[in-house]
Design a binder for this molecule. Sequence first.
Ligand code: ADP
Ligand code: ASP
Ligand code: MG
Length: 418
Amino acid sequence: MPLLVMKFGGTSVADLACIRNAAAKVKREVERGYDVIVIVSAMSGKTNELVGWVEQTSPLFDAREYDAVVSSGENVTAGLMALSLQEMDVPARSWQGWQVPINTTSAHSAARFTSIPRDNIDTKFAEGMKVAVVAGFQGLSAEGRITTLGRGGSDTTAVAFAAAFNAERCDIYTDVDGVYTTDPRITTKAHKLDRIAYEEMLELASLGAKVLQTRSVELAMRYKVRLRVLSSFDDTDENSGTLVCDEDEIMESKVVSGVAYSRDEAKMTLLSVEDRPGIAAAIFGPLAEAGVNVDMIVQNISEKTEGGRAIAVTDMTFSCPVNQVLRARKAMEEARAAGLIRYDDLIEDTDVAKVSVVGIGMRSHAGVAAAMFKALAAENVNIKVIATSEIKISVLIDRKYMELAVQALHDTFGLESA
Ligand code: ADP
Ligand code: ASP
Ligand code: MG
């Protein structure tokens, strides 16, 4: 029997009527002859509420209990989805992660899959079950504890099941009808893409486009899963939405295919760090150990006078998520106190955002960076840090200009008519 994976995000299962609407879409695929694995998220807003409850109960919470609490939202939707399908005469049952079992590492709140054995679900399909409804976002560690995969993780559950069960396709149903040239909430000029290459989607996701969790795109790329993003609120057919696929399945591509943003960034600068071999390792080692996700890095060599003598120093700037600033500061202060590094001051800028342009066409086209900087200059947006890779250019700017910058870049690269 051909098999499909269908994933419904929070807004698609926000209430009982939405769950019924999603169930009707699943029923349609069953009637077309598919066995279906449905992956569900928690009802919209539920996971945030659960996270809030954990933080109010215990600010420095035990990560294992955090996972036990925040994973529960998905259990409710899985049961309700199975019941809705049964009411429509579709043989369905729900599965929590541990029942499959979805085996993961023990990295609580950032767990990764280790294996998804098929036997239990396959046996039920062989007995006549048509739909397995699986709670997304969760798994089971080798220690027998419940784990979660990080926010937005149900996308990754969906792709992992599609890979494990050789699904014909993995359909991600959400509140937009596909992947757009930028977040349609930022500009109405955003344009839906019919296809996007895995690599571009990977960059867009990792640079902030939350329509797919980054890890889900990584898995889809590795296991060649045909991944599609489409709306749960529109009538859909096999041509709806956006297909994430290999580069060579895309007939023509623009130099820039999308603009992404990440709102909650921070910039930290260590002033007058002594300049010697090993200094970068001495700074970024402790930051990594403290669990700080450093993103962009800039180093400026200068001189300072100490005891009447000029010595080489460097200002080291890096960016990280704004909620990791305290941890970063503590790591740097401890490294200084332990004599591992010397610096004059540590400056924090917590009002910055990152805006990025992405496109595989950049590999063969020069001038994208220049056009990007010119567009930002025309809007009087000051660039604080720049980072580039083969298919993306990112800048750090004041957060208050973020939307303006996204809109200006969207116009500059002609994405409205993409
Ligand atoms: P779900 O709850 O279904 O997982 P998410 O809220 O995680 O949905 O992701 C969908 C949202 O992603 C959209 O509502 C949209 O605002 C946002 N988004 C950001 N960038 C893009 C983009 N390039 N294309 C489409 N949606 C985007
Ligand atoms: N419910 C989880 C979250 O809000 C997982 C998901 O929706 O993908 O992050
Ligand atoms: Mg999501």
